[in-house]
Design a protein around this ligand. Structure first.
Ligand code: FES
Length: 274
């Protein structure tokens, strides 16, 4: 047998091909497994996959493509299902003018509305959205934004600006209800964590001023309109921060039907602030 420089064989039986080391020179098997004398082939060092290995690789690629397709289709299906199952938050483009009625359907008349100047009864109505309850108050004297014959009818959100507690946990306390708290004047108190608001004082930017925390925001106010010719009362807007939990008072629920009924008076959960 002749040899190349470096001792490489010029022709060998490939069944006994030697590992030649760095540089990846080796003799390839071909046909009978023999090369003609004097032929030296340079081939890639990567092992040649067997036909079985090629088929398995193809199968794996197809499986991955299939799974990917199913996942993509499934994702699109879930997305479109959610689009219909969870509609985007509804809302109102602007504040509607909505007349207030009692729960029996008769109009709220400003000169007759005595609740709750001396009562803790909760009279609540939703406005402008059906998941935004408000307290309808008749304070002992004129208040900022108050309407009616004495400019004392006023309304505030019944959703606490701290963490969103709603009636019966947030409610109106008439004058003297808790001794000298707030100088003996009326206030609104949320018993969940103790926030209190002064319905007779408007905060900068609107809403009932904070008396005590932990709330960091005043209580949003609903703007009322009183028609002196009929004595009827309407909700027409809002001022102050957005209702707690909503990015805007106009977004996050459905617009109330017009006219809107107040809810039957209910007893609040009350305790005096400490
Ligand atoms: Fe009203 Fe915390 S939710 S004080």
């Amino acid at each position: 047998m002749t040899e190349l420089a470096g001792g490489l064989p010029r022709s060998v039986d490939c069944a006994t091909c030697p590992a030649i080391g760095p540089g990846f020179y080796r003799l390839a098997q071909e046909g009978s497994g023999r090369f003609a004398p004097g032929v030296l082939r340079r081939i890639d060092a990567t092992p040649v996959p067997s036909p079985e290995e090629v088929d398995e690789a193809k199968r794996s690629t197809l499986k991955l493509a299939l799974i990917g397709g199913v996942l993509a289709l499934g994702g699109a299906g879930v997305a479109s299902f959610l689009r219909f199952a969870v509609p985007p938050p509804a809302g109102a483009a602007s504040y509607p003018k909505v007349q207030l009625l009692y729960d029996d359907g008769t109009p709220v008349l400003a000169s007759k509305y005595r609740h709750p100047s001396t009562s803790t009864d909760l009279i609540v109505f939703n406005y402008p959205l059906d998941n935004e309850p408000n307290l309808l108050l008749n304070l002992p004297s004129a208040a900022p934004g108050g309407v009616g014959p004495s400019q004392s009818l006023i309304a505030f959100s019944a959703v606490c600006q701290h963490l969103g507690c709603a009636p019966p946990f947030i409610s109106y306390y008439p004058p003297g209800a808790c001794g000298s708290f707030n100088g003996g004047q009326a206030f609104i108190h949320c018993v969940c964590h103790g926030s209190t608001f002064n319905p007779a004082v408007q905060a900068p930017g609107g809403g009932a001023a904070i008396l005590t925390g932990p709330t960091q925001a005043p209580l949003p106010q609903v703007l009322l309109f009183w028609d002196p010719s009929t004595d009827e009362l309407f909700a027409v807007g809002a001022t102050g921060p957005a209702v707690k939990g909503h990015s805007s008072t106009l977004v996050g629920g459905n617009v109330v039907a017009s006219p809107v009924q107040t809810q039957a008076p209910q007893s609040p959960t009350q305790q005096c602030p400490v």
